[in-house]
Structure formats: C-alpha cells, structure tokens
Design a protein around this ligand. Structure first.
Ligand code: MG
Length: 267
C-alpha cells in the first residue's frame, strides 16, 4: 500500500516541502501530479499571511507544481473565516494578503489612526512602522480583540532570519499585556479551515517543521509526514518530544511504501 492511499485530504506545507527558497524540491511536481491523478484532495497550507492565494498559486506553478487558487489556504484566509461570523471593523498590521482576506470576509478594514475598532489583526508586515504598532496597541488597550495570523518568530530569508509575525506581535502583547488568539500552525484554526476546504475526512499533514507543521497535526489527532527536505535534520527530530507518524527524505515517499515510512519514524 502507498503511504498516501489511507488519506483523502493531503495538507501540504510549502517552503521546505515543495520548494526551498528559489529551488524546486526534487520530485515535488511529479508527486503532486500523481496524487491528483489518483483522486486525492489537496490543500496548500501556509502560515505566511502576506501573499494572496493568487500569488501563492503563481509561485507554485513557477516551480512546476500545478496549483489552483482555490486549493491555497493561507493564515490570512483562515483569519478571515474566523472573523466573518462576527464581522465589524478591523485595524491591520500586515500586508495585502490579510487586507484582501478580511475584506472578502466582510470586515470593514480601517486605515489611518482610528479611535476604536472591533478587532486588531496582526501578521507579517515588511512596511511596519512605530506608528502602526502604537495605533494597534492603543486599540487593544481600548478593548479591541487581538488576533494574529500566526506566531512565527522569524522568516527564513536567503541571508538569514528576519523578524516574523510573532516577533511583530510580541511588541503589541508586551505593550498591552493582552494575549492574542493565533490562527496559524500549530494552532488549530488554519488546519481546520484547510480540511473544510478539501471536504476530506482523513487528513494527512505534510511538513518540514516539527514545532509548527507536525505539532499542529498532533494537537488535532491527525497523522503527519515529516520531510527532511527543509529545516529539520534527523538530529533535530531525535531531540524533539513531538513525534510525526511518518518520516522521509522528501514528498516522494507519499507514493512509496507505507510500512517503510512508518518504520523510519520509529527510528
Ligand atoms: Mg515549511
């Protein structure tokens, strides 16, 4: 039996799984195509809230991985779904992906320096300013709900680590003493939104980062495949208390033997 055959929804992380920076990971395009051909439902799941689904689909397609915009589930989209029920006004510290997702979810995104809003949404923002942090903090002090797309401490850039959404969020939580609701991995809302999107019932999470991708799957009681084509080394895995269901060098294992990947996970 092939590893992927026991699951009807495959939730793929992106960087470190399908590509690494500008480099396509070997076998990723062919593997995704073969899984599609065998009827698996696929979602591409990312904590990055800056890019729109259209931009993410274009990046994947550039790597030869065929992706439909409707299969992309970003933490910005999941944040929009989370907030759609209550609606209201929002102040955003973040980029185009969040703004677009909130507008589509029916929220009123307020620019400038509003006196009050219903919710402050924080994500990765490469145009961050002190004025934005000040406005966001004041709004939270005045009672706005604080929601973060994700709490990634850093963003792995080609020249090193840049401050991530979590680092930005920490300025506001430190200032206000208010804890944020977090949407992205390892918290459940993003994964739950992704599975809803696929309509599947038996999800398998495929990721390269133990503390987000795999820990998020474990928290929901879902199976996971850790691939070693990204940030995690076998030594990292050995030192971690979090155990994936399967371990493999890369995504090609999805088409490989189930027993083999399970055995590798058990060392
Ligand atoms: Mg990754």
């Amino acid at each position: 039996m092939r590893l992927a055959d026991g699951y009807d929804a495959l939730l793929f992380d992106l960087d470190g799984v399908l590509y690494r920076g500008d480099r396509t990971i070997e076998g990723a395009p062919e593997t995704v195509a073969a899984l599609r051909a065998s009827g698996h439902r696929i979602a591409f799941v990312t904590n990055n809230s800056a890019r729109t689904p259209e931009q993410v689909a274009a990046k994947l397609t550039g790597h030869g991985v065929v992706a439909d915009e409707a299969e992309i589930v970003t933490s910005a989209l999941a944040t929009g779904e989370l907030l759609a029920a209550d609606g209201g006004s929002a102040y955003v510290v973040g980029e185009a992906g969040i703004r677009e997702a909130l507008l589509e979810a029916g929220l009123d995104v307020i620019e400038g320096e509003p006196a009050a809003v219903d919710v402050v949404v924080v994500g990765w923002d490469r145009d961050l300013t002190y004025a934005k942090l000040r406005t966001a903090s004041l709004l939270v002090e005045r009672g706005a709900r604080l929601v973060a797309t994700n709490a990634d401490r850093s963003f792995p850039a080609p020249d090193g680590f840049w401050p991530g959404a979590g680092a930005i969020l920490s300025v506001i939580t430190t200032t206000t003493g208010v804890e944020a609701e977090i949407v992205g991995k390892p918290h459940p809302p993003l994964y739950e939104a992704a599975v809803r999107r696929t309509g599947g019932r038996q999800p398998l999470v495929i990721g390269d980062r133990i503390e987000t991708d795999i820990a998020g799957a474990v928290a929901l009681g879902w199976d996971s495949l850790l691939v070693l084509s990204g940030v995690t080394s076998p030594e990292d895995l050995g030192a971690s208390p979090v155990r994936p269901t399967y371990v493999a060098d890369d995504v090609r294992a999805l088409l490989g033997d189930l027993a083999r990947a399970r055995a590798d996970a058990n060392g």
